[in-house]
Design a protein around this ligand. Structure first.
Ligand SMILES: [Zn+2]
Length: 409
């Protein structure tokens, strides 16, 4: 064979390989169109093998009012649609039900949250969540879990809705049992830094890559600084999990607002924080360090009305306030994170792009979910399509890893 022939055959093989690749790429690709959440301009997002491959600017004008944005990431979610992740006898099927209901609300990634409970309960439920993380259907939306408590302040007000019976001092050996049961998937722990051995506990979590949040606490400025030096990076639902009456100078809020190393999670459901608080937190932390969370409980996603919850009467009002009518106190949150996105725009007058970042990109950055949180080539195709009406997002379609998991009829 002469040299010319070899070159010709080689070129032919390369040509065939290239065209075949293009062909199979085209075959697996789908397109989603909408108004880009960053600037409101029409775009097409090309999805190949579950990932975003291209973002194409559409030249033609459109009359559509459907936006496209990255899927929402909720890092504090106690339960949904009648299921609590801390409840007795939690099953994998119940976690599936909650996850499917959350997809309808545009949540593509979340951290199921277990709160202060008995040793046995936390262990058992962590094991169920571990199965959920591995599950073929829903595991894609559950990268890990959040343990809020049990190492929090036992004092009324700071303790919030956590039962006093289950609150205890940080105990690393005990925590390791939960960590093992979770399959090593606890990604976040919230504790009170003024508890015994808390600093050592924070250092050990940080060394393992577990994010530490400060919450349900009454730490002094000095203790908060020590906790952040030890590795704490989150203020858990800032402004909540705090007594109603606090010292005007010496309280846990100022030190947490002042330290730029702390990212603040906030519940912007219209009930847990006032508009002024949201505005001030947003200004103090800046858009990148504010993370919206829903902190919703099992009654979220249910119809307004009266419920019996663990033997206590709870009322859900039509605007999503969940309260114990006897004591007139909040019984947790009921509105999904998409409501927080709209409220953040309403309260701070920030653009849609910033409000979406506070429910996607910021979480991805803080938690190290490097494959999601933005619409960029190479990222996982976690997308939501929605309209906005009076600062309320209405989800039309939810896509997780390129698969449509919810589509409005
Ligand atoms: Zn809490």
């Amino acid at each position: 064979m002469n040299q010319f022939k070899i070159i010709f055959i080689s070129l032919f093989i390369i040509f065939v390989a290239l065209t075949t690749t293009t062909y199979s790429g085209e075959k697996n690709s789908t397109r989603v169109q909408g108004l880009f959440y960053l600037d409101g301009e029409p775009i097409s997002v090309v999805i190949e093998d579950g990932r975003i491959s291209q973002i194409i600017r559409n030249k033609k004008a459109t009359s559509s009012d459907v936006y496209i944005a990255p899927g929402l990431i909720d890092v504090q979610l106690n339960g949904y649609a009648g299921v609590s992740f801390t409840q007795a006898g939690l099953t994998l099927e119940e976690v599936r039900q909650a996850t499917r209901a959350l997809w309808k609300e545009g949540v593509t990634t979340y951290l199921p949250t277990i709160i202060s409970a008995s040793h046995q309960r936390i262990k058992e439920n962590m094991a169920v969540l571990s199965d959920a993380h591995e599950d073929d259907e829903i595991g894609v939306s559950i990268p890990g879990f959040f343990l809020e408590g049990p190492y929090i302040s036992p004092i009324d007000g700071f303790r919030g809705a956590h039962s006093k019976e289950w609150v205890r001092q940080p105990d690393w050996d005990e925590f390791m049992e939960y960590y093992e049961a979770s399959g090593g998937n606890i990604l976040q722990v919230t504790l009170a830094p003024e508890m015994e051995n808390a600093m050592e506990f924070i250092r050990k979590c940080t060394a393992r890559g577990i994010l530490v949040g400060l919450g349900h606490h009454n730490g002094s400025a000095e203790i908060i600084k020590q906790a952040v030096d030890a590795g704490a990076r989150i203020s858990t639902h800032l402004g909540n999990g705090c007594a109603n009456t606090i010292h005007r100078h010496h309280n846990p809020l100022w030190a947490q607002l002042a330290d730029d190393r702390l990212n603040a999670t906030i519940i912007v459901d219209g009930h847990h924080l006032t508009q002024d608080e949201v505005q001030v937190f947003y200004k103090a932390k800046g858009p990148d360090r504010i993370l919206l969370v829903s902190d919703v409980t099992k009654l979220a996603g249910m119809a307004p009305g009266e419920y019996n919850w663990d033997g206590k009467r709870v009322v859900m009002t039509p605007d999503g306030m969940l309260k114990y009518p006897e004591q007139d106190v909040l019984a947790g949150a009921s509105l999904p994170i998409r409501i927080g996105v709209g409220n953040l725009m309403k309260y701070t007058h920030c653009p849609l792009s910033e409000a979406i970042h506070a429910a996607s990109r910021s979480q991805a950055r803080v938690f190290g979910f490097s494959d999601r949180g933005e619409i960029l080539p190479g990222k996982r195709a976690d997308l939501i399509l929605f309209t906005i009406e009076n600062n309320t997002l209405h989800i039309i379609q939810t896509i997780v890893a390129g698969v449509t998991v919810f589509q409005q009829d």
